[in-house]
Ligand binder design. Structure first.
Ligand code: NAD
Length: 352
C-alpha cells in the first residue's frame, strides 16, 4: 500500500441493516454514554450550518458536525429536509449521509448512509426519556402522526417499556394509519393495534405514553386527554395546545437552551413569555447522570421535548461503522491511491 493511499469505507443503508445496525439497544446505550461524555466536556459540538432554499416549504440542507474526543473521531451529518417530497414526488422528505474522520492524521474513514442512524437517534433519545420519565407499568401508547419517527418510536419505547400492550394510532389519513399497522404489527406480535381513523382523541385519550410526531403546525394534542401519570414525548414542531405543558408536573428537554431558539410548542410559549427557565426541570443528560431526578411519583404528568442533538447522531453512526467493520461489511474505496505528482502518467492528465 502506498503511504499516500487514503482508504475509507462506504456503507449503504443495506450494508448497515445486514451488519445488524438497526439495533435500538445499541443506539440507546451509545446515546446514554455520549450524553455523559457531553456533560464531561468530552464532545466538541459547534453550531450547525443551515441553508434554506425555499422559505415557504423550508426545503433545506443542514451541516451538523461534532467531535467525540475519547473516540478520536470527528463526524458530520449532512441532512436534507425537503417537506414537499412526499406529496410532490411520493418520496421521503429526509435523506442524510455521514462523513467520519479520525483526528490523528485527520483522514476520512467512512462515508455512510445517514437516514437510518438519524431516525434511530430520535427514537433512542425518546426511549431514554421514557426510561426515566414514563411509568414502569405503562401498557398503552398513543400516537398522532404515523411516519418514520412514529414507527421508530414505537420500537424504541417497546424496548424500554416491554409492558406496552396496546398501540393506538392517528394520522392525517386512514391509509397512513393502516400502513403503520401493516408495517409494525408483524414486528410486535404481542401488541394490539388500533387505528383511530384520523381522530386524535381516540388515539391519545387516557394513554400511558403519548407521542406526537407530525408534520403539522397546530395544537393537535389536547390537555384533557393526558391523564395523571402519563408521559408525553413531543417530536415535531407545534403539535399540542399550551395547556398540555402548563398542566405537567415536570418538563424535560434534550437541550432547553436550544429549544428556546426554535419553533416548537415550548419555544413558542417561551417567546410569548408563558414559560421560563425555571419551569424546566432538567435536560435529559442530567437524568442519565443522576444529577436530577426522573419520575418521582405515579401521578406525575411529564412532558419531554427533543430538538435533536447531532453529536448523538455522530456517536451512533460511529457505533454502526464499527459494527459493520467487525462484520466485514461495506465497500472499501480509495479517496486517492497516491499524491497527484506521484502518478507516472500525470503529464497526460494535466490541462493548462
Ligand atoms: N425532534 C427531533 O429530533 C426530530 C428529528 C427528526 C424529525 N423531527 C420531526 O418529526 C416530525 C415527524 O417526522 P417524520 O419523518 O415522521 O415525518 P413523516 O412525514 O414521515 O410523517 C408525518 C406524519 O404527520 C402526520 N400528520 C400531519 N398533519 C397531521 C394532522 N393534522 N393530524 C394528524 N396527523 C398529521 C401525517 O399523517 C404523517 O403520518 C417532523 O415534524 C420532523 O421535522 C424531529
Amino acid at each position: 500500500m502506498n503511504i499516500h493511499e487514503l482508504p475509507f469505507t462506504y456503507l449503504s443503508q443495506e450494508d448497515l441493516l445486514d451488519a445488524g445496525c438497526f439495533d435500538m439497544r445499541m443506539a440507546i446505550e451509545v446515546a446514554e454514554k455520549t450524553m455523559l461524555d457531553f456533560e464531561d466536556h468530552r464532545i466538541l459540538f459547534p453550531e450547525k450550518i443551515v441553508q434554506i432554499f425555499d422559505q415557504a416549504s423550508q426545503d433545506r440542507i443542514n451541516c451538523l458536525p461534532a467531535t467525540l474526543l475519547d473516540d478520536k473521531v470527528c463526524g458530520m451529518k449532512w441532512v436534507s429536509v425537503f417537506p414537499r417530497n412526499p406529496k410532490k414526488y411520493n418520496v421521503q422528505n429526509l435523506s442524510a449521509v455521514f462523513v467520519l474522520s479520525e483526528i490523528e492524521k485527520g483522514f476520512p474513514i467512512a462515508l455512510m448512509e445517514g437516514t437510518l442512524a438519524s431516525n434511530i437517534r430520535v427514537a433512542a433519545v425518546g426511549a431514554i426519556a421514557a426510561k426515566h420519565l414514563a411509568r414502569e407499568d405503562s401498557e398503552s401508547i398513543g400516537f398522532i402522526g404515523s411516519g418514520e419517527q412514529a414507527k421508530m418510536h414505537l420500537l424504541s419505547m417497546k424496548t424500554v417499556r416491554p409492558s406496552l400492550k396496546e398501540c393506538r394510532i392517528a394520522a392525517k389519513t386512514v391509509e397512513e394509519e393502516q400502513q403503520f399497522i401493516d408495517e409494525l404489527s408483524p414486528l410486535l406480535t404481542d401488541m394490539t393495534f388500533v387505528a383511530a381513523k384520523t381522530h386524535a382523541r381516540a388515539a391519545m385519550d387516557g394513554a400511558d405514553i403519548l407521542v406526537t410526531a407530525t408534520s403539522a403546525q397546530a395544537p393537535l394534542l389536547k390537555a384533557e386527554w393526558m391523564k395523571k401519570g402519563a408521559f408525553y414525548s413531543h417530536i415535531g414542531g407545534w403539535e399540542d395546545e399550551y395547556a398540555v405543558a402548563q398542566q405537567c408536573d415536570k418538563i424535560v428537554c434534550d437541550d432547553w437552551e436550544t429549544v428556546t431558539h426554535r419553533g416548537q410548542t415550548l419555544s413558542r410559549m417561551y417567546a410569548e413569555g408563558l414559560l421560563s427557565h425555571d419551569d424546566i426541570h432538567a435536560d435529559l443528560h442530567e437524568l442519565v447522570s443522576g444529577h436530577k431526578a426522573g419520575r418521582e411519583s405515579n401521578d406525575e404528568r411529564i412532558y419531554f421535548n427533543a430538538i435533536g442533538l447531532a453529536y448523538i447522531d455522530v456517536a451512533i453512526a460511529l457505533a454502526m461503522f464499527k459494527r459493520a467493520k467487525a462484520a466485514n461489511i461495506g465497500t472499501e474505496l480509495d479517496l486517492q491511491e497516491k499524491m497527484v505528482f506521484e502518478h507516472k502518467d500525470i503529464l497526460s492528465k494535466i490541462r493548462m
